[in-house]
Design a protein around this ligand. Structure first.
Ligand SMILES: *[C@@H]1O[C@H](CO)[C@@H](O)[C@H](O)[C@H]1NC(C)=O
Ligand SMILES: *[C@@H]1O[C@H](CO)[C@@H](O)[C@H](O)[C@H]1NC(C)=O
Ligand SMILES: *[C@@H]1O[C@H](CO)[C@@H](O)[C@H](O)[C@H]1NC(C)=O
Ligand SMILES: *[C@@H]1O[C@H](CO)[C@@H](O)[C@H](O)[C@H]1NC(C)=O
Ligand SMILES: *[C@@H]1O[C@H](CO)[C@@H](O)[C@H](O)[C@H]1NC(C)=O
Ligand SMILES: *[C@@H]1O[C@H](CO)[C@@H](O)[C@H](O)[C@H]1NC(C)=O
Length: 372
């Protein structure tokens, strides 16, 4: 941004009539250099103290920032300069921080999605912080937790350093976010929190995944341990997507051996075929569908982006969209093309015939034939 302002100054010089003597020109140059310095200083000060009125409104209108540490006028409400209590942001205290929240449902790929975000040096997503009941027992508990997160004072394994440019967490719809939506929407809009919705297009697949996971919780197919990090066979493609590409985007804990192990585990988990309760199936699908629709409706007024797990797997440009949305510098989160095979749903369900019969002729019929 500083450069922009300085270039602007030079442009002005060129426009000036060349009547003046070199000494005058030089003096003008010096004055402009000084002005540049002052501007940089005052812009920085202004950004630190959001209460000071912007002194160079006109300049900002003429010259928009082209880099990501600068901010466009429209996104001023979204750019924050938190002062954490627990540490100093040091040289990055002038860099704006964006706030976000991932709104999702269990078993919708949000685990790997968050891992991916956290592989970006400037993104810090703090996990499922509202899985702890007492943090969401009432509105004031929720709001003070949010304050702590967005003031960069939340401690988690994903807390980054002073140079985080986007900070947030993952929030499941059944963890108070729908229940207290009015106050939360008000908070999000007041504090400029952007929402990333992450859903699955096929709720039937999600249902299968939920069943398989809760089965494994009890059965412990993997030598007696429930592997919560192996989310399910259908989250493996996302892991592969990150890890078969570049080392950069693969969470550092995942080396090749570990990836192989994860694949083996996922294959074992996939040998279990859940039996779907057909008596409640239509109702269960409707519950998922309604919860999704309700959340979208409640949070309509927030700044948001809607992502689908299926699209993330099939279209890598979606990941760029997310980075743009968060206004962080784009990093290449892909390099090699990986062909991802998703097994057809009927291979995962024990009572598939019954399921087809129940869904045949209903609005959910297309879920039977969907490949993803
Ligand atoms: C809200 O919940 C917290 C944590 O459970 C509790 O300490 C606090 O007293 C509650 N506040 C109100 C107003 O109910
Ligand atoms: C991202 O992090 C790097 C290294 O910590 C830092 O130099 C850079 O300024 C950060 N970028 C933004 C946009 O904050
Ligand atoms: C379970 O343990 C046995 C022996 O330690 C090992 O050979 C096998 O690969 C393990 N299975 C899984 C799914 O981790
Ligand atoms: C889902 O929403 C529709 C329309 O609002 C309603 O008629 C239906 O009863 C809801 N289904 C469930 C299971 O809540
Ligand atoms: C992939 O996503 C981008 C941006 O979201 C979109 O413009 C493009 O049409 C998508 N491509 C396919 C093949 O769906
Ligand atoms: C679905 O219903 C139609 C008639 O309503 C029937 O012809 C078809 O075989 C059924 N499909 C399945 C998969 O049951």
């Amino acid at each position: 941004m500083a450069e922009d302002y300085c270039f602007f100054g030079k442009d002005m010089l060129v426009i000036k009539p060349p009547k003046k003597s070199p000494i005058v020109l030089r003096a003008t140059l010096v004055i402009f250099a000084m002005m540049c310095g002052c501007m940089i200083c005052s812009i920085c000060l202004k950004q630190i103290s959001t209460h000071v009125k912007p002194p160079y409104v006109n300049l900002q209108k003429i010259k928009q920032p082209s880099d990501f540490s600068g901010i466009f006028p429209w996104e001023k409400p979204l750019a924050h300069y938190p002062k954490p209590k627990t540490y100093s942001r040091k040289e990055c205290s002038c860099n704006p921080v964006r706030f976000f929240a991932i709104l999702s449902m269990q078993r919708s790929g949000s685990g790997w999605f968050e891992t991916l975000l956290n592989s970006h040096i400037n993104i810090s997503s703090n996990g499922e912080i509202f899985s702890v009941q007492e943090r969401r027992s009432n509105v004031s508990a929720i709001l003070s937790t949010l304050d702590e997160v967005y003031n960069l004072d939340w401690l988690s394994s994903a807390s980054k350093n002073e140079c985080s440019a986007a900070v947030g967490f993952k929030w499941m719809l059944n963890q108070g976010v729908v229940e207290f939506h009015e106050e939360i929407v008000e908070y999000f809009n007041r504090r400029g929190v952007s929402v990333i919705f992450l859903f699955r297009k096929n709720p039937l697949r999600r249902l299968v995944s939920v069943l398989a996971n809760s089965y494994d919780r009890q059965a412990r197919l993997l030598n007696g341990t429930h592997k919560s990090h192996v989310h399910s066979i259908d989250e493996v493609p996302l892991l592969l997507l990150f890890c078969s590409n570049s080392k950069q985007t693969c969470p550092s804990a995942y080396n090749n051996d570990l990836i192989d192990a994860v694949l083996v585990q996922a294959t074992v988990l996939a040998t279990y075929k859940p039996v779907i309760n057909c008596a409640s199936l239509i109702n269960d699908l409707e519950v998922i569908e309604n919860a999704t629709a309700d959340a979208l409706e409640y949070f309509r007024s927030t700044r948001h982006i809607i992502l689908y797990y299926e699209d993330l797997m099939n279209n890598r440009t979606k990941l760029m969209d997310v980075q743009d949305f968060l206004r962080v510098p784009q990093r290449n989160l892909e390099s090699r093309q990986v062909k991802i095979h998703t097994r057809p749903l009927f291979e995962h369900v024990e009572n598939w015939d019954e399921v087809s019969k129940v869904l045949n002729g209903t609005k959910y019929e297309n879920l039977l034939h969907s490949r993803v």
